[in-house]
Design a binder for this molecule. Structure first.
Ligand code: CTP
Length: 401
């Protein structure tokens, strides 16, 4: 997450989710943003300006008539200076105020006064019935029409004891969506499918064969593609990673499940990026019961070939633009170039060294029809963004794309 140099006005309105705004302010500062907090009167019943000031590192504004702004035009100064305004949490009542162009407190006035170039993002947070009420739904629709970005809400347990849509998105997800907002939209309008993580091939109900893939690189690419404006479907084997924001996640376990999930939706895709470490083989006859240990008997397993998902996609009559990954333990340059040709794909990405599993950084080499070039060691997030740029350049170079 990189928000270096970005000036963000963080607006808080009344709602129990204000407690999450504290962590959000902290995350924004950590991501390099300069954060100006503006609080409504209602929000101050839930969290104090002292807390928000300590976390944002700046005095908080609460009042239209704040004498710290010499020209008494806080609403103008604060909105002109911002790269984005994020209202989190945004109450049902504040949504109403935005829809009607209200200007009866500092936060609503600065939203109304913001120039068209300053994006307004709101993270609704309220009780499920309030969110589902037709009045709120009308307001949400109107805000979208007015060009306001709605982040969430998400479903789950609510502070009031009820369950359903209305929870504010978690601070981590809001940060992801906000930073995505500032990325160039290189893949706008494109549909991208990504496979990630390991597969797990069962031996019996409690045992199986898998590999060390953590899914970090595939998930980073999914986030980068989404930040670049793509509609992303992520088909993932078992991982411990959080679901990336605004991405369709199809969880699978085995290679065959991954193959079927991919094939069921591949026709609609413009781009297919196969990052998963798919098991090449599965156990031929999976035991329905746990195999018991018997003195002096060591079981042996027979294997069957799993489908090669990437090769199957690349062999379709009109395939999406295909990108493969390769983890080799030796001679990457020779194996990488050969694998690209064998799989009939335009671009193959090699991991330099096979010790990348589970790490947060990586070093890659790209193989295409012109040869190969390296992407130096960087975080998986940074590499994912560079890779998306490289891919975007190539698909727009293709006359058919
Ligand atoms: N891949 C796939 N389905 C498989 C095996 C691999 O889609 N059954 C994809 C991987 O996601 C990766 C690429 O193919 O993008 C290369 O995977 P890799 O395991 O390096 O190559 P293999 O084709 O399995 O060859 P080998 O294991 O012999 O190196």
């Amino acid at each position: 997450m990189n928000l270096a140099g970005k000036k963000i006005v963080l607006g808080l309105t009344g709602g129990i989710a204000c407690y999450k705004a504290a962590e959000l302010a902290r995350g924004l500062v950590k991501a390099g943003a300069s954060v100006q907090v503006v609080m409504t009167e209602a929000s101050r019943h839930f969290i104090t300006p002292v807390t928000m000031q300590a976390l944002s590192g700046k005095p908080v504004y609460t009042d239209q008539w704040d004498s710290r702004i010499s020209n008494n035009m806080a609403h103008i100064d604060l909105s002109r200076d911002a790269d984005a305004i994020l209202i989190a949490p945004c109450s049902a009542d504040f949504m109403r105020k935005l829809v009607h162009g209200a200007a009866d407190d500092l936060l609503s006035t600065l939203c109304l006064a913001r120039p068209a170039t300053v994006p307004l993002l709101v993270a609704p947070a309220m009780n499920v019935e309030m969110w589902e009420n037709p009045a709120t739904q009308r307001n949400a629709e109107q805000l979208r029409k007015d060009g306001v970005s709605l982040l969430g809400p998400v479903a789950g347990d609510q502070a009031c004891g009820e369950t359903g849509l209305g929870r504010m998105m978690e601070p981590e997800q809001l940060l992801e969506d906000l930073s995505a907002f500032f990325h160039p939209k290189l893949l706008a309008g494109k549909k991208v499918m990504i496979t990630a993580g390991p597969t797990f091939e069962p031996i019996d109900p409690v045992r199986g064969i898998t590999n060390l893939s953590s899914g970090k690189m595939g998930f980073a690419i999914a986030r980068a593609a989404r930040a670049a404006g793509a509609e992303v479907t992520l088909v993932s084997g078992p991982t411990a990673l959080p679901r990336p924001s605004s991405v369709t996640l199809l969880p699978v376990t085995t290679a065959r499940e991954m193959h079927d999930a991919v094939m069921s939706q591949i026709a609609a895709q413009d781009l297919f990026i196969a990052v998963a470490a798919v098991a090449d083989w599965r156990v031929a006859s999976v035991s329905g019961q746990k195999i018991k240990k018997q003195e002096g008997q060591i079981p042996s397993l027979q294997f069957e070939q799993n489908p090669d998902i990437l090769a199957a996609v690349a062999a379709l009559p009109s395939p999406p633009y295909c990108v493969g990954f390769a983890a080799e333990s030796e001679d990457l340059l020779a194996h990488g170039a050969a694998k690209r040709e064998k799989k009939h794909i335009p671009l193959l990405v090699g991991n330099i060294g096979h010790q990348t599993f589970g790490k947060d950084d990586n070093e890659l080499v790209l193989f295409d029809e012109q040869g190969h070039h390296r992407l130096p060691r960087a975080s998986k997030d940074a590499l994912a963004q560079t890779l998306i740029k490289e891919i975007a350049q190539r698909i727009y170079r293709k006359p058919s794309a």
